[in-house]
Design a protein around this ligand. Structure first.
Ligand SMILES: NC(=O)C1=CN([C@@H]2O[C@H](COP(=O)(O)OP(=O)(O)OC[C@H]3O[C@@H](n4cnc5c(N)ncnc54)[C@H](OP(=O)(O)O)[C@@H]3O)[C@@H](O)[C@H]2O)C=CC1
Ligand SMILES: CC(=O)[C@@H](O)[C@H](O)COP(=O)(O)O
Ligand SMILES: [Mn+2]
Length: 381
């Protein structure tokens, strides 16, 4: 029986991870779950899966939760609680499914405790990729991708050595506004932006898909996960989200992973790896789909992707700034404080004013993240 802890159990990835576990009760047990403030759902989850540890965002929520749960389930809260669920249980695998670089300390704690990581929280790798991968290397811990594109690349690579790889290509759906002109983007609403054509996901990543920042974060994520230089990572528009990404090898062969857009498949693969198990996901019929389409990526149309590539190539603290500015800009857009196109202005402003620091330590990353957030919160008000 594999023991699992989930950071962000009440979110889109967290609930789908529990769906996978529910479908395989003989194979998985839940050791710990951490959530933010959805107290009703986390109560239900704790009563159903009986983890040893549960954590929520605040002391008040923890007090409420304790009164709803049997005594043997220990309830923690706050940043320490999240770290306790990441590192303080007997879990073999920790699924990192909180949103944003707030997931960095708990991901590092899980790695340092020797846990296999099912990595959904891409922002941790973007903000501190060299530190996360170095901790994993030193501890001999696997970072198993959950992000659909990276799971596809991981499956397509199938352990082939780096020198046989010519290029990694990430597919991009184009998000909610893929067929709108930049002029039309001036008027879009939050409700429009939250309508992703293919995937049902949390709000922040859905906006990232619409700005193409998601693909930018994923390029940097691929760089760190697969130790690949940026000039051997590319992005192609693929509106159907059926080919989840592909690898071209040096002999020109291309190997791809395909499937209906359903996150339970990559989540399950990270939990069962290297095994495969039946999935409740619907089977893909290419004959029914008829055709798959592809388009060249236009970096003028999607400047967030260009800025992500630039940040990745600059390295050091540049991706930290890209990520922090994006997180704040998206939160402001979701609150109705700034228009959609200002998201990219906030990121561009943050990158322009930042002097990149090479090989930053953790303290420097935290400080750059903090300063970037402070500026991004008030610029273009
Ligand atoms: N959704 C998807 O299909 C995909 C997501 N990802 C990545 O996975 C990550 C999660 O995304 P997604 O599931 O969509 O996000 P959601 O917004 O749906 O979920 C975020 C989770 O984090 C929890 N959380 C918030 N604050 C805290 C806190 N202080 N302590 C502990 N937990 C907290 C939330 O709890 P609560 O709701 O209780 O407040 C919720 O469980 C992101 O990094 C995203 O980029 C990657 C690929 C696909
Ligand atoms: C499901 C998943 O992995 C998301 O990151 C998804 O890739 C978003 O799709 P696009 O960013 O391609 O719109
Ligand atoms: Mn993805």
């Amino acid at each position: 029986m594999k023991k699992i802890a989930i950071l962000g159990s009440t979110g889109s990835i967290g609930t789908q991870t529990l769906d996978v576990i529910r479908a395989h009760p003989q194979q998985f047990a839940v050791e710990g779950i951490a959530a933010g403030s959805n107290i009703d759902l986390v109560t239900e989850q704790a009563l159903e899966f009986r983890p040893r540890l549960v954590s929520v965002a605040t002391r008040e929520l923890a007090d409420q939760l304790r009164s709803r749960l049997p005594q043997e389930i220990v309830v923690h809260y706050g940043d320490e609680g999240l770290i306790e669920v990441a590192a303080g249980t007997d879990a073999d695998t920790v699924v990192t499914a909180v949103m944003g670089s707030m997931g960095l300390p708990s991901t590092l704690a899980a790695i340092d405790a020797g846990k296999t990581i099912g990595l959904a929280n891409k922002e941790t790798l973007v903000t501190a990729g060299h530190i996360v991968t170095e901790h994993a290397r030193q501890k001999g811990v696997a970072l198993l991708p959950i992000d659909s594109e990276h799971s596809a690349l991981f499956q397509s690579l199938n352990g082939e050595p780096r020198e046989r790889i010519a290029e990694l290509t990430l597919t991009a759906s184009g998000g909610s506004f893929r067929d709108r002109t930049r002029e039309q983007l001036r008027e879009v609403t939050v409700a429009d932006a939250l309508k992703h054509p293919n995937w049902s996901m949390g709000a922040k990543i859905t906006i990232d898909s619409a700005t193409m920042a998601n693909k930018g974060l994923e390029v940097i994520e691929a760089h760190w996960l697969f130790d690949m230089p940026y000039d051997r990572i590319s992005v192609v528009l693929h509106p159907e989200s059926i080919i989840h990404s592909y690898v071209e090898f040096v002999d020109t062969s291309i190997i791809a992973q395909l499937g209906n857009p359903d996150m339970r498949v990559p989540i399950q693969y990270a939990l069962t790896y290297p095994d495969r198990q039946p999935s409740p996901s619907s089977r893909l019929s290419l004959a029914q789909i008829g055709q798959l389409t592809f388009r060249e990526m236009d970096e003028q149309r999607f400047p967030c992707l260009r800025m992500a590539f630039e940040s990745g190539r600059l390295g050091g603290t540049a991706p930290t700034v890209f990520n922090a500015a994006n997180e704040i800009a998206v939160a402001r857009f979701l609150k109705g404080e700034i228009p959609f196109l200002t998201i990219e202005d906030v990121i561009a402003d943050a990158l322009e004013q930042h002097e990149v620091i090479a090989a930053p330590d953790l303290e420097t990353i935290h400080e750059v993240d903090r300063l970037t957030r402070a500026r991004a919160a008030s610029v273009f008000a």
